[in-house]
Design a protein around this ligand. Structure first.
Ligand code: GAR
Length: 182
C-alpha cells in the first residue's frame, strides 16, 4: 500500500479526516508531523506523530533541513500539507514531493487569511484548491479546484462551513488521484 506523511500546525481537522477516509484503505498515513507542540490535532490521533518545533532551530532553512530528514525516514510516496502554516524554503521544496490544501480559488487570496479574504471579496463564487508545493507561497501548479456559489445571506460562519466541507471532500480525492492515477 502507498504511504503518505501529513504535515499540520493546528486543529488538524483535515488530518483526522484523511485518516478516517483513507488510512489502511487507500493508503497508509505513516506519520503526522507538526511544528507546534500545542496543536489540537495531536489529541486522539490514532497514528504515529512527531513534533519538530520550529523554535528549536536558528533559521527556517535549518528547520526545513531537519523536516526533510524526518520525512525521509518514513519514505512516503507523497507528503500532504494540511494546514501546515509555515513558509517553506527551497531546502524543503526542492527535496520533498508535496501537495498543499488552500481555502480559496488560487491564485486569488494567497496566505493565511484566505477564508476571510474570500468571504470579503465581491466575487459570487469561492472555493478550495489543492496544488503542488513549489517555491512560491501558495503558488504551485494547481491539481484540483472546486467552487461553490456564495449565497445572498452568507455569514462568515456558514461560509467557513462550506469551505471546510469542500476541503474534507477534495483533499482525500486529490491524494488518491495522485497516488494511483499519476
Ligand atoms: C484549512 O482550512 C486549510 O485549507 C488552511 O488551514 C486550515 C487548516 O485546518 N490552510 C491554509 O490556509 C494554507 N495556506 P485544519 O488544521 O483543521 O485541517
Amino acid at each position: 500500500m502507498k504511504k503518505i506523511v501529513v504535515l499540520f500546525s493546528g486543529e488538524g481537522r483535515n488530518l483526522h479526516n484523511i485518516i478516517k477516509k483513507l488510512h489502511n484503505k487507500e493508503c497508509k498515513v505513516v506519520c503526522a508531523i507538526t511544528n507546534n507542540p500545542k496543536a489540537k490535532g495531536l489529541i486522539n490521533l490514532p497514528i504515529k506523530s512527531e513534533v519538530l518545533r520550529h523554535n528549536d532551530f536558528n533559521s527556517r532553512k535549518e528547520h526545513d533541513k531537519a523536516l526533510v530528514k524526518l520525512i525521509g525516514r518514513y519514505k512516503p510516496d507523497l507528503t500532504v500539507l494540511a494546514g501546515f502554516m509555515r513558509i517553506l524554503t527551497p531546502e524543503f521544496t526542492k527535496n520533498i514531493k508535496a501537495i498543499n490544501l488552500h481555502p480559496s480559488l488560487l491564485p486569488k487570496h494567497k496566505g493565511a487569511r484566505a477564508i476571510q479574504d474570500s468571504f470579503d471579496d465581491k466575487d459570487t463564487e469561492a472555493g478550495v484548491t489543492v496544488h503542488w508545493v513549489e517555491d512560491e507561497l501558495d503558488g504551485g501548479e494547481i491539481i484540483v479546484q472546486e467552487r461553490f456559489k456564495k449565497s445572498n445571506n452568507e455569514t462568515l460562519e456558514s461560509f467557513t462551513c462550506k469551505i471546510k466541507e469542500l476541503e474534507y471532500k477534495l483533499l482525500p480525492q486529490a491524494i488518491v488521484k495522485i497516488l494511483y492515477e499519476s
